[in-house]
Design a protein around this ligand. Structure first.
Ligand code: OXD
Ligand code: MN
Length: 601
């Protein structure tokens, strides 16, 4: 059997970027004594280091170099087939009390958990290289930027972190020498990639993450879900800001007026596509630009919300990505990218279901097995991913590096709902908007292990990512509202409503610009709407539907609400709140009653 993560021989002049901060040095030494690696590689994030590590990864068969002409400087990684998605059932919040983790998180007592993890990590890196990755989350000059260090025995993690974060010397410099400075400790080991020994554990009070037994991005790129969302949300509440599972996009009108919008959709529900949207021909002169595609860190200044994208790259779902669905993503992943669990063609190109053009006559599927169009199984895993630098995105917003962030005019919630939720509506105010986010639901996807297609409540798309008690999280949102003099308007969208025959009613993708335009019109006080029990609803005349080949009756269905479906929905809201066992703030319980009452009048 192939050895997992054998040590690399470190070239002179590489892997020596030790920070001066004694707290970091002590912690690395402690992990070294425990995990007993063969050697330590201190990453600096340089180009030379990257080239060296890519070469090593290819020699170890961790990466396969793709066709240089077709996808320059790009590689394929195949994960262990038992390790293809986030594992929510093995993800823990280890707070001193269970109550701090709250009803939506798996809780584990910190002392016991540290001790169990220490046992698992004992000698875990023997014969392996221990990489130390310094990184920052956020633009280098932002006041809310955070420093993290991730220790890992996976070269794939190092190469991915180099794309996903600003990594290396920039972080060492930002941290400086103060041993009391705030920074996140992350330890990752593949162990033997056995689901029985797979745990993703967060210790918010210690600003520490320990992840073992997986190599899948969402479990092991500790900057992303673990730091930027779980630990991030905990720090954000304590420090008075917000860490949210949201894309951030800019919309500029032909007259040059620009707004920024943040949108929370659950995993694999189209955040990347929305963030990179290209307006249809009819919207000539309109421009959509991307600040971020997954995570927003937001602060309040002058009574307004300002957002930064803490990441430096995109870790997106590949299947379904095409020049039709997302041309900017296709251009981004055409070079300098890592692919995970897609198919490999005979000429070393990548392929996946939903890519432009006919399927190849023969390929190797995501597990490396022969595949033809007649094969029963998919060539690419439904949760196969690309990892690509945000610099590759032709629609990258010019203010993406702005440390103070971009001002947010609107927040959009949304999920995959076959029924009930109209294409778009606007909450009456901040508090009903928080209720809207708190009761959000979506059909589950392949981004996490478990059943796909089941409706589950996913408040603010943060169910798997809120690092503390969800009741306190709702309270934090309500408190933020009281500090805003110029709050963003709050909306809900649903691109996935289906008709009586199970067909999608809305074309989605670029045509979502029509919905975005209504959102912007509302922000500018110019969009029409009618009052409904759930909020402000556009009529077909309020949304620009020119040059859209969708029947009028579908539009009416998309924009309408069915009172019977909403009775059921209200019952589900109540069930959800009840299931949280008394942590839901009074204000939101009252919002539910108000909503119910509005349906009766
Ligand atoms: C992601 C996720 O990878 O939400 O962004 O699972
Ligand atoms: Mn996500």
């Amino acid at each position: 059997m192939q050895k997992i993560a054998p040590a690399i021989s470190v070239l002179a002049g590489l892997g020596e970027n030790k920070p001066q901060n004694q707290a970091v040095l002590d912690w690395v030494h402690e992990v070294e004594l425990l995990a007993k690696p063969e050697n330590i590689f201190w990453c600096d994030g340089s180009e030379g280091e990257n080239e060296f590590l890519l070469d090593q990864a290819c020699r170890q068969n961790v990466l396969i170099k793709l066709n240089e002409k077709k996808v320059p400087r790009s590689y394929l990684h195949r994960s262990n087939p038992n390790d293809v998605a986030r594992v929510e059932q093995f993800t823990f919040i280890c707070t001193p009390t269970k109550e701090e983790a709250g009803p939506t998180n798996n809780w584990s007592e910190p002392g016991e958990t540290y001790s169990r993890l220490r046992d698992l990590l004992k000698g875990a890196m023997s014969g392996r290289t221990m990489f130390v990755i310094p990184y920052i989350m956020g633009p280098p000059d932002s006041p809310i930027t955070k420093v993290g260090f991730e220790i890992t025995d996976s070269i794939y993690v190092v190469l991915s972190m180099r794309i996903m974060t600003r990594m290396g010397t920039v972080a060492i410099n930002r941290l400086g020498r103060d041993p009391k400075a705030e920074w996140n400790r992350g330890v990752h080991s593949l162990l033997d990639v056995d689901p029985a020994r797979r745990f993703i554990c967060h210790f918010p009070q210690d600003n520490t993450i320990i992840s073992v037994g997986s190599g899948y991005g969402g479990n092991v790129l500790l900057s992303k879900k673990c730091l930027a969302l779980r630990i991030g949300s905990y720090l954000a509440r304590k420090q008075g800001w917000m860490a949210e599972h949201m894309l951030i996009l800019g919309v500029e009108s032909p007259a040059g007026r620009k707004h920024y919008v943040a949108a929370a959709f659950p995993s694999a529900c189209g955040k990347t596509n929305f963030a990179m949207l290209i307006p249809p021909r009819h919207f000539k002169g309109w421009k959509v630009t991307t600040v971020g595609d997954d995570i927003a860190w937001m602060q309040i200044r002058d009574g307004r919300i300002y957002a930064v994208n803490p990441e430096n790259g995109y870790f997106g779902v590949v299947p379904g990505t095409s020049y039709k669905s997302n041309p900017n993503a296709m251009k981004s992943i055409a070079h300098d990218s890592l692919y995970t669990n897609v198919a490999l063609t005979d000429d070393d190109d990548v392929w996946w279901e939903g890519k432009n053009g006919a399927p190849p006559e023969h390929a190797f599927d995501w597990r490396g097995r022969d595949w033809t169009p007649d094969s029963k199984e998919k060539a690419a895993h439904p949760n196969s991913r690309f990892t690509t630098p945000m610099r590759n995105n032709p629609a990258l917003d010019s203010d993406v590096e702005k440390g103070e962030g971009v001002p947010i005019s609107a927040i959009i919630f949304g999920g995959r709902r076959s029924d009930t939720m109209p294409l778009v509506f606007q909450a009456f105010d901040w508090e009903p908007g928080v209720y809207l986010g708190a009761t959000m639901a979506s059909e589950t996807t392949a981004a996490a292990t478990g059943a796909v297609g089941q409706v589950r409540r996913d408040p603010m798309a943060m169910l798997p990512f809120c690092g503390y008690n969800i009741g306190d999280y709702f309270r934090h949102w309500l408190n933020i509202g009281t500090r805003l003099t110029n709050p963003p308007l709050i909306f809900n969208v649903n691109w996935f409503r289906k008709g009586a025959h199970g067909q999608f009613l809305w074309p989605g993708f670029g045509d979502n610009m029509r919905v975005l335009k209504w959102v912007i019109d509302r922000c500018e006080d110019s969009g029409g709407a009618v009052k409904s029990p759930i909020g402000w609803l556009p009529t077909p005349n309020d949304v620009d539907l020119e040059e859209l080949a969708v029947e009028h009756k579908c539009i009416v269905e998309l924009l309408g609400i069915d009172h019977k479906e909403w009775q059921r929905e209200l019952t589900e809201h109540k069930k959800f709140f009840d299931s949280l066992g008394g942590v839901v703030p009074e204000e939101l319980l009252r919002q539910r009653e108000n909503l119910e009452a509005r349906f009766k009048h």
